[in-house]
Ligand binder design. Sequence first.
Ligand SMILES: Cc1cc2nc3c(=O)[nH]c(=O)nc-3n(C[C@H](O)[C@H](O)[C@H](O)COP(=O)(O)OP(=O)(O)OC[C@H]3O[C@@H](n4cnc5c(N)ncnc54)[C@H](O)[C@@H]3O)c2cc1C
Ligand SMILES: NC(=O)c1ccc[n+]([C@@H]2O[C@H](COP(=O)([O-])OP(=O)(O)OC[C@H]3O[C@@H](n4cnc5c(N)ncnc54)[C@H](O)[C@@H]3O)[C@@H](O)[C@H]2O)c1
Length: 499
Amino acid sequence: MSPRARADRPFDLLVVGAGATGLGAARAARPGSRRVGMVETARTGGDCTHYGCVPSKTLLDVAHRVSRARDGRRFGVGEVGPVDFPAVMAHVRSVVAEVEHDESPEQLASEGIDLLHGWARFTGVQADGLLALDVSGTPVTARRVVLAVGAHAALPPVPGLAEADPLTNRTVFGLVEQPRHLLVMGGGPIGVELAQAFRGLGSDVTLVEGAARLLGREEPEASAVVTAVLRRQGVDVRTSTSVTSVATTADGPVLTLSDGTSVTGSHLLVAAGRRPATSGLGLDAVGVETDRAGRVVTDAYLRTTAAGVLAAGDCTSPLQLTHVGDAQGRLAAANAFARSVRLPGVLGGLVPWDDRVVPWVTFTDPEVGRVGLTEAEAHERWGRRARVAVVTMAETDRSRTSSDTDGYVKLVVAPGRLGGPAVLDRVVGLTAVCPHGGELAGTGALAVRTGMLAARLAQTVAPYPTYSLALRVAAARLFGSYGGQTWRPARPDEDADGD
Ligand SMILES: Cc1cc2nc3c(=O)[nH]c(=O)nc-3n(C[C@H](O)[C@H](O)[C@H](O)COP(=O)(O)OP(=O)(O)OC[C@H]3O[C@@H](n4cnc5c(N)ncnc54)[C@H](O)[C@@H]3O)c2cc1C
Ligand SMILES: NC(=O)c1ccc[n+]([C@@H]2O[C@H](COP(=O)([O-])OP(=O)(O)OC[C@H]3O[C@@H](n4cnc5c(N)ncnc54)[C@H](O)[C@@H]3O)[C@@H](O)[C@H]2O)c1
């Protein structure tokens, strides 16, 4: 059926963007009983599938295998041959194709979701209250719209940067030749993950971060571990150093740095943050406001400033993660049809978005898994009544058997709402810097989400020898001495060790 024929009746819900967020929204909108449409200008799956999580985690997995195999020399394992870069990239593409299959237009059609291919733009609100849009020349109307249009790599206003036509997450996974020397601008999750991936595959890598430490959102100790590991692997990490200008020469891109030095590489990757993709959508035609960062402004229920229009995922959330997009997309779809009573979830009422218990993971080796509050954030809220217990990887048997002694697990607990003795303290945060630290963040999310008593975690038998045992030992330290170590009161960041 042509887009025009499918668009002749109003949609109950039209989702703009078929990334993780849009897919979450459309699937949750009960397409069997409502007319649900989704507009996508490119391929279904969005950044996560094509230019983000899936290709980066696949590339990292190969790089980690190579690095670990090379590291095996110290245990008597023989030499590892060179990496066949084109074959690695072909593998990355094949995994992307596999994931894309689950989100294909055919699959969506089988789920009752009507996919329109084209660029969606609001044109106004009709007299009957329907939202009017143009989808690449086809007029479409909808009772409700969820904006799930995502974000793009931001190019900071650094002289010469745009002219250098740097790699971004959009283009880096399309490389067919291995970079000899990759310069990475930005030491957030993208920069750090890709620096380690390319170094593992054999490229020289220089990572330049303007702030005092890598992964600025994490605990300072987590940044310190990741920085030390990257340096040991041969990444030239420069912190407290900004890129001030870029020149394009016959030898490749040359970065001038804030410390007065310069560095030349064969390729430049920009990983300096993301900008919401909110232009060209005709937002003014219906009154959807954006903030100074370009994010769609929403209330707690993900409703925008325009009646009937909601927004979710990277285009509105400061937490730009696939699982946040999916959860927000599902919530936006539910709230789009909810009754306007402010009793969350009761009698079909609106439910607010709650980002207090969102876990995330940086997929370096070791992984940095995180949920809830950092030690410093807990200190800010409860002072020294917040407590922490730490277990270093060097003291766990699982790490010893795998020779993975970098990292630690830190549990943060605080008094419950009614206060009371320490035995009633609840888990409010976890950082796990270790192999599979992301899996521990999943367990931590359950503990924080349910307001679990730390004592319960201490009482829970954990399998030996696993990394998860470190969680139980950390919990035990909150109530006494374990292995000669115990808890301490939470302290602000400036008192912690960092890089
Ligand atoms: C390199 C990298 C690695 C990442 N790794 C992780 C990770 O490991 N874990 C994690 O949780 N997150 C990760 N992320 C973040 C994650 O990819 C994003 O949070 C997620 O993809 C956001 O989904 P979204 O649907 O909101 O946006 P997008 O995926 O950007 O989807 C938006 C879609 O809307 C379409 N669109 C935009 N405007 C229009 C229009 N007007 N009409 C029609 N269609 C339109 C676009 O074509 C696009 O397909 C990573 C990101 C990057 C860049
Ligand atoms: N594993 C994951 O979950 C994962 C992986 C990748 C990306 N992501 C998502 O994507 C988002 C964007 O990631 P990102 O790493 O691009 O952004 P980011 O904002 O987290 O980090 C960008 C970094 O670039 C630095 N920077 C900016 N301008 C600079 C300059 N001129 N010179 C040197 N450094 C400069 C900033 O100080 C900052 O630390 C993340 O916040 C995350 O939500 C998640």
